[in-house]
Design a protein around this ligand. Structure first.
Ligand SMILES: Nc1nc2c(ncn2[C@@H]2O[C@H](COP(=O)(O)OP(=O)(O)OP(=O)(O)O)[C@@H](O)[C@H]2O)c(=O)[nH]1
Ligand SMILES: [Mg+2]
Length: 794
C-alpha cells in the first residue's frame, strides 16, 4: 500500500497535472482512513508509516501550491456548497475553491470516517485533550491547503491570510491542536510553534475558527501526538516557498527532487521522522522560545524553509511574531503582513539556489527596543551589525534575508544586527582579517607573539599553593628470639624507620614554580623486623624551587630561599614506631607491646617567587624596557609596539670583562593607578622587591616624560614604602626620535638624578648605561660586604 501511495507523486521532472493532484488527494483520503483503522486496532507501527506518507504528501502538495501560481487550474472544480470559513473568512472565490477541492475528502471524512473527537479519544495519550466537538465543520481535509496557496504571490491571493491569521490568537490561547495548512505562508510556521508548545504543555485542542477546514491536518497533529516517536511529524518543514515569479515548473521540480531526497532519508530510515529534523531533541527549540518570548520565530529550517526567507522572508517571520504575541498582537500582525507579502521584498532572482544547503539552520527574528535581530543559528553567540560584517562575508542568502527584513521594517533598517554562530564568527573574522596582505602579515605577527607569550605564561609560574605531608614512620614489631635449645630468647622486634621529610630547595637551574606540584607526600619509613632489625628511614623528598622563592604559611613568611642550595623542611616525616625490644625492662622481660609509626607533618604552604636580580627595569608600557634588556644582555623578551607585551618577568645577565655578572630583570609595564589594580596591577612588582637597584625607563618621545617618572615612583611607593628610594638611575629611551631631544632637556631640568639618554633600538649610548650599572653593582657589593653578608652573585 505504501508503494502505491508513493507512486502517486511524480518523481521526475514531469508536469504536474490535475490527475496527479486528484490522485494524491484520493491517496490522502485513503491514507487517513487507513491510519484511523490502524489506530483503532492499535497497530502503531503501520499507523506511523502511513502518517509519514501522508505528511509527505501534504508537504508535497504545499510545495506544488507554493511553486505554481496556476495551481488552481490543476484542481477540481469548485464545490457548490458554501462553508463557514470563520471570522474574517477568505474571499469567496478562494474559499470556494479551497472548499471544493477538499470536498471529496472532507465528505468522506465527515461521513465515512469517525469524527475527530472519536479519533482523538482513540488515540489520545496525553492529558488535556479537548475533543473536536464540531466535526461537521472540521471537514476540510488537509489538501485544501494546495488550493489556497495557489494564489500565493499575487495580491488577491493574500486575502486568504486573513482567516488564517485569525486563527493565530486561538492558537496562542492554547487551542493549538489544529494543524493549520499552508493556506498562506505565514500560517505555515504556526503549527510548528504550536506543536512545540503542545509538546511542552501536553495540551491539545482543536481549533474551531478558520482552521476548522483542515481536519485532515488536525488528524495529523492528533496522530502525531498519539505516537510519541512521531510527535513532531507536524513540524516537518514545509515545501520551499516559491513566489509566482519564480514558480516555474522547473524550480518546482528541483524542489521536488529535494523533497524526494529528504523523504528518502526520512522514510527510508527506521528513525522517527522528527529525529531527522530535530536531532537535538528540540532542545534548541525550547531555548529559543524561552529566549525570544516577545516576538520570536523559532523553527528548524532545512534548505527549503530557508528559501522562504530568501524570497521575501520577512513576512514569513512576521506572522510568527504575531502568533507568539497572541490575540493582542494580531492586529499588528495583519497590518504588517500584507504589504510585504504582496510585494515580496527582498526577492531577487538567484537566491533560490541556496535552498540546497544541507545544513540545518534555525532562523528567527527578534525585535528589541531599537533593533531587529536576524539570528542565524540556534543560539546567539555574537551580534554583528551589517556594517561590521561587511559585504564580503555575507552570503547572498543572508543579503536576501536582510533585504526582506529591511523592507518589512524600514524603520529598523540601520539597526539590523546579525546574530551568528560562533563558528561563523570565527570563519568570518578570519576572512576579514586576512582580506588584505598587510592585515594578514600583521595577523601572523600577532599570532606568533601571542604564541610566544602563551608559552611564557604557561611555563612561568610565580606563585603556587602546595600541600606537603611528611612520610609516616614505620611500624615497630614484636617478635621473640628463637634459637634451638634456647627457650626464652627474649624480645627482638625492631623499631620502624622514620618517615621522610619534604624539603624545599632553592635551585638556580629552576626558573619558575611551574614544576612544583600541588601535593607532595614524603616516603614512609620501613617497618621494623625481627632480630632487632630497625626499619629504614624514609628518604627525603626535595622540591626544587627557583632561587628567590618565598615560603608563606597563613600569610606569614616562613622561609626565603634567596640563595642557591638553601633548604627548608616543609614537612617533617613521622617518627618510626617502637618494636617490643624497646619495651624490655626488668619488670617486663617479655613485652608484647609494639607501637605504630607517627604520621608525618601536614602543611599547606604558599610559594611566591621573587625574581632575583641586581637591577630591575621599571617603566610604563611601551617605554622600551624589553628592547633595552635585549640590547644589553642575551635575554630575548618579546618586543612589540603595543602595551603589556611583557606579562612575566625576564632576567638578563650583563657580562663584564672581569667576569662579574649583573642580573637585570624586565618586569611588565606599570600604569597610573596600578595600585588600584589597573593594567596588570602591581602584583608583579614583587619581582623587583629583591632587586638591589632600579632602572627607571622613560620614553622620551612622549611629552612631559617627568610625569611618567613621578607616576612610577608613586606606584612603587604604594606597593612598598621606600621601594622607590632604592639606588636607581633614570634612563631616557628612544633618543633616536626627533622630539626626544627637547624632552630630554626638560626632563633633566626637573629631575635631580642622573638621566642616561640612549636608544635601545639603535644602541646609542648603551655604554653609559652599562658603566653606570656596574657602578651601582659595585656599590651594592661593597654595602653587603661591609655588612658582612654575601652579595648575590650570578
Ligand atoms: N624608535 C625607538 N623605538 C623603540 C626604542 N626602544 C623600543 N622601541 C619600540 O617601542 C616599542 C615597545 O618596546 P618594548 O621593548 O616592547 O617596550 P616595553 O617597555 O617592554 O613594553 P611592555 O612590555 O608592554 O611594558 C617597540 O615597538 C619597540 O620597537 C627606541 O629606542 N627607539
Ligand atoms: Mg616588555
Amino acid at each position: 500500500m505504501s508503494v502505491a501511495f508513493a507512486s502517486a507523486r511524480p518523481r521526475g521532472k514531469g508536469e504536474v497535472t490535475q490527475q496527479t493532484i486528484q490522485k494524491m488527494l484520493d491517496e490522502n483520503h485513503h491514507l487517513i482512513q487507513c491510519i484511523m483503522d490502524y489506530q483503532s486496532k492499535g497497530k502503531t507501527a503501520e499507523c506511523t508509516q502511513y502518517q509519514q506518507i501522508l505528511h509527505r504528501n501534504l508537504v508535497y502538495l504545499a510545495t506544488i501550491a507554493d511553486s505554481n501560481q496556476n495551481m488552481q487550474s490543476l484542481l477540481p472544480a469548485p464545490p457548490t456548497q458554501n462553508m463557514n470559513l470563520g471570522p474574517g473568512g477568505m474571499t469567496q472565490s478562494a474559499s470556494n475553491q479551497s472548499l471544493h477541492s477538499q470536498s471529496n475528502l472532507s465528505d468522506a471524512i465527515g461521513t465515512g470516517l469517525p469524527p475527530s473527537s472519536l479519533m482523538q479519544s482513540q488515540i489520545s495519550n496525553g492529558p488535556n485533550h479537548v475533543s473536536m466537538q464540531q466535526s461537521g465543520q472540521n471537514t476540510m481535509p488537509t489538501t485544501s491547503l494546495s488550493m489556497t496557496v495557489s494564489s500565493h504571490g499575487t495580491g488577491p491571493g493574500y486575502s486568504h491570510t486573513v482567516p488564517a491569521s485569525q486563527n493565530v490568537p486561538m492558537q496562542g490561547q492554547g487551542s493549538i491542536g489544529n494543524y493549520v495548512s499552508r493556506t498562506n505562508i505565514s500560517m505555515q510556521s504556526n503549527p510548528v510553534s504550536m506543536m512545540h508548545q503542545q509538546a511542552a504543555t501536553s495540551h491539545y485542542n482543536s481549533a474551531q475558527g478558520g482552521s476548522q477546514h483542515y481536519q485532515g491536518q488536525s488528524s495529523i497533529a492528533m496522530m502525531s501526538q498519539s505516537n510519541q516517536g512521531n510527535s513532531m511529524m507536524g513540524q516537518r518543514p514545509m515545501g520551499p516557498y516559491r513566489p509566482s515569479q519564480q514558480g516555474s515548473s522547473q524550480q518546482y521540480m528541483g524542489q521536488e527532487e529535494y523533497y524526494s531526497e529528504q523523504y528518502s532519508h526520512g522514510q527510508g530510515s527506521s528513525e522517527p521522522m522528527n529525529q531527522q529534523y530535530y536531532p537535538d531533541g528540540h532542545g534548541d527549540y525550547a531555548y529559543q522560545q524561552s529566549s525570544y518570548t516577545e516576538q520570536s520565530y523559532d523553527r528548524s529550517f532545512e534548505d527549503s524553509t530557508q528559501h522562504y526567507y530568501e524570497g521575501g522572508n520577512s513576512q514569513y517571520s512576521q506572522p510568527q511574531a504575531g502568533y507568539q504575541q497572541g490575540a493582542a498582537q494580531q492586529q499588528t500582525y495583519s497590518q504588517q503582513q500584507y504589504p510585504n507579502q504582496q510585494n515580496y521584498p527582498g526577492q531577487q532572482p538567484g537566491y533560490g539556489k541556496a535552498m540546497r544547503l544541507k545544513t540545518q539552520i534555525h532562523c528567527h527574528t527578534r525585535e528589541s527596543n531599537d533593533s531587529l535581530f536576524l539570528c542565524l543559528g540556534p543560539s546567539r553567540l555574537g551580534l554583528y551589525t551589517v556594517d561590521m560584517l561587511g559585504s564580503k562575508i555575507l552570503s547572498s542568502r543572508t543579503w536576501a534575508l536582510l533585504d526582506g527584513l529591511r523592507q518589512w521594517r524600514p524603520a529598523y533598517s540601520p539597526h539590523i544586527q546579525i546574530c551568528l554562530l560562533q563558528q561563523q564568527v570565527k570563519n568570518w573574522q578570519r576572512i576579514l582579517s586576512t582580506s588584505c596582505a598587510k592585515c594578514a602579515k600583521n595577523q601572523r605577527l600577532k599570532q606568533k607573539t601571542a604564541i610566544s607569550e602563551k608559552k611564557l605564561t604557561r611555563y612561568f609560574v610565580d606563585h603556587r599553593r602546595v600541600c606537603v605531608i611528611g612520610g609516616c614512620g614505620g611500624q615497630g614489631i614484636y617478635s621473640f628470639h628463637s634459637e634451638p635449645r634456647k627457650e626464652f630468647g627474649g624480645p627482638d622486634g625492631g623499631n620502624g624507620g622514620d618517615g621522610g621529610h619534604v624539603i624545599l630547595k632553592a635551585d638556580q637551574q629552576i626558573k619558575s614554580l611551574a614544576s612544583v606540584l600541588p601535593f607532595y607526600r614524603g616516603f614512609d619509613g620501613e617497618r621494623g623486623r625481627s632480630k632487632n632489625c630497625y626499619g629504614a628511614n624514609g628518604g627525603y623528598t626535595y622540591i626544587k624551587v627557583p632561587v628567590g622563592t618565598m615560603v608563606k604559611e597563613d600569610g606569614e613568611i616562613v622561609a626565603d630561599l634567596a640563595q642557591h642550595g638553601k633548604e627548608y623542611v616543609a614537612a617533617y616525616g613521622g617518627t618510626g614506631g617502637k618494636g617490643n625490644r624497646f619495651f624490655l625492662s626488668n619488670e617486663n622481660r617479655a613485652p608484647m607491646t609494639a607501637t605504630l609509626g607517627e604520621s608525618g607533618q601536614e602543611r599547606v604552604l604558599h610559594l611566591e617567587l621573587k625574581t632575583m636580580a641586581h637591577a630591575g627595569l621599571v617603566g610604563f608600557p611601551n617605554a622600551g624596557k624589553s628592547s633595552l634588556l635585549r640590547a644589553i644582555s642575551n635575554a630575548k623578551p618579546a618586543v612589540a609596539p603595543y602595551p603589556f607585551t611583557t606579562l612575566n618577568p625576564h632576567v638578563g645577565i650583563v657580562h663584564y670583562q672581569d667576569y662579574e655578572q649583573v642580573a637585570v630583570a624586565d618586569v611588565p609595564g606599570i600604569i597610573r593607578g596600578a595600585h588600584l589594580n589597573r593594567g596588570l596591577g602591581f602584583a608583579f612588582l614583587r619581582h623587583i622587591e629583591h632587586c638591589r637597584f632600579l632602572l627607571f625607563v622613560v620614553d622620551l618621545s612622549v611629552s612631559e616624560p617627568w610625569i611618567q617618572l613621578q607616576d612610577l615612583k608613586y606606584e612603587l611607593e604604594q606597593y612598598e614604602e621606600g621601594l622607590s628610594k632604592r639606588p636607581h638611575a633614570v634612563i631616557g629611551n628612544k633618543m633616536d626620535l626627533p622630539q626626544s631631544k627637547a624632552n630630554l632637556l626638560l626632563l633633566k631640568e626637573r629631575v635631580e638624578q642622573r638621566v642616561i639618554p640612549l636608544s635601545a633600538l639603535t644602541g646609542d649610548n648603551l655604554e653609559e648605561l652599562l658603566l653606570h650599572l656596574r657602578d651601582l653593582y659595585d656599590a651594592y657589593v661593597n654595602t653587603e660586604q661591609s655588612r658582612r653578608q654575601n652579595p648575590v652573585k650570578w
